[in-house]
Design a protein around this ligand. Structure first.
Ligand code: SF4
Length: 403
């Protein structure tokens, strides 16, 4: 059972035994992930930024497509920000994409297009902090520096039998222990270089193995200790003492889905978030509806879709409403935004628009993303989405991705 456990005291951890057992297990059991084949530092950097607080499955979906659109650091640097955000749509935490883009531009203009090859210089780039600099430096350049993410911290606490301690001393303990376990790098005389294809990279492989162990074996709840390669060295062999977690909050929100035809083109009405917004500035979303829109306007309508969307520690319960017909403009009038903030967007271009994660999810769920211009001219009128359901859809989404 989770909860407070006493710190277990015992002999110091043997780094050589630990490294050997972990490396052997990783060699056999490592998941085949697309970025693990890469030696190009740009690809490794991209994967590490995408993986921050994001499920591996979601990153797999976006990693390849992003590299097709921006195959090199230079192509990313030269792209307009909107295109970068559009390629990031669905991964959430869009600040990461903006910082990645800024860093690519800086590297191109100030560093001759070459990514720094050590952790301290990497950390000077936009969007690259302690964790990411260590990951890139060890995996791409073989630097002997430990990564410390949530998975690694959990493994270290359990291995050492230490309870979670959210203090500077607790953090220092984890950093020192993690570093004591990292093998020496292949750098010589402090000079870094790019890893070669198929070359052993002890620090990079070790860091990836630590994260893999936390992600697949040393799970937050019910760790699979009997399958653990370092079981014999572990002082906990089970869950460890943890601090109480913040409770998830719930929030209800509503949005308008308005679709129209213009000639052969289908368009959807989107709102652009203000550039000064603290969350997702400049991104496009469905126009928000106040929950008390038009007095009881929403209360006598059935939503077209209900969907749940989790963002950090908040569960958003979103209802999507569509007009009942061409003459029903009450919902549109209830949108509390100026005309200048609203844009009719051609549905076949939605794949290139920087949409919020929730907007993208709704438009995909209702088949609006897939809408193509019809072959022949059609009369102009407002309509429900093609393929959209006339009956309300109750669809509680269980994904925990973010805007
Ligand atoms: S033995 Fe269990 S608790 Fe210890 S590191 Fe392995 S999986 Fe985690």
């Amino acid at each position: 059972m989770p909860g407070r456990k006493k710190t277990v005291v015992g002999p110091a951890l043997d780094p050589v035994a630990f490294q050997g057992s972990l490396a052997e297990w990783y060699r056999i059991h490592a998941r085949k992930l697309p970025w693990r084949e890469a030696v190009d530092p740009y690809c490794i950097w991209l994967s590490e930024i995408m993986l921050q607080q994001t499920r591996v499955a979601a990153v797999i979906e976006h990693y390849h497509d992003f590299l097709v659109k921006f195959p090199t650091l230079l192509s990313l640097a030269l792209a307009p920000e909107d295109q970068v955000l559009a390629a990031w749509s669905g991964l959430g935490y869009y600040r990461r994409a903006r910082m990645l883009h800024k860093a690519a531009q800086f590297i191109t203009s100030e560093r001759g297009g070459v990514l720094p090859a050590n952790s301290s210089e990497l950390r000077t780039l936009p969007g690259i902090g302690e964790y990411t600099s260590a990951a890139i430096a060890s995996i791409a350049f073989g630097e002997s520096i430990a990564v410390l993410d949530g998975n690694v911290e959990r493994v270290l606490l359990r291995i050492t039998g230490r309870a979670e301690e959210p203090t500077a001393a607790g953090r220092a303990f984890l950093r020192t222990t993690a570093q004591s376990l990292v093998p020496a790098g292949y750098q010589q005389n402090g000079a870094s270089r790019v890893a070669k294809v198929g070359e052993r990279n002890p620090p990079g492989d070790h860091n990836q193995a630590m994260m893999e162990l936390g992600a697949t074996i040393c799970l937050p709840r019910s760790p699979l200790c009997l399958q653990c390669p370092v079981h014999a060295l572990c002082r906990t062999r089970g869950e460890h003492g943890t601090s109480p977690r913040a409770k998830l909050r719930s929030r209800e929100v509503a949005f308008l889905l308005s679709i129209r035809k213009r000639g052969v083109t289908t368009q959807v009405l989107l709102a652009k978030r203000p550039p000064e917004a603290s969350l997702m500035p400049g991104m496009y979303e469905l126009p928000p509806l106040p929950l008390d829109a038009g007095g009881d306007e929403l209360s006598h309508r059935e939503p077209l879709l209900r969907i749940r969307h989790a963002i950090t520690n908040t569960n958003y319960y979103a209802r999507i409403y569509a007009p009942m017909g061409p003459s029903d403009d009450a919902l549109r009038k209830a949108v509390p935004l100026a005309k200048a903030d609203l844009h009719w967007v051609n549905t076949y271009t939605l794949g290139t628009v920087p949409l919020t994660g929730l907007a993208r999810k709704v438009l995909q769920r209702l088949d609006v993303m897939a809408m193509k211009p019809p072959r022949g001219p059609e009369p102009e009128h407002q309509t429900r989405p093609k393929g959209g359901r006339s009956a309300p859809v109750s669809d509680h989404d269980e994904d925990h991705d973010s805007f």
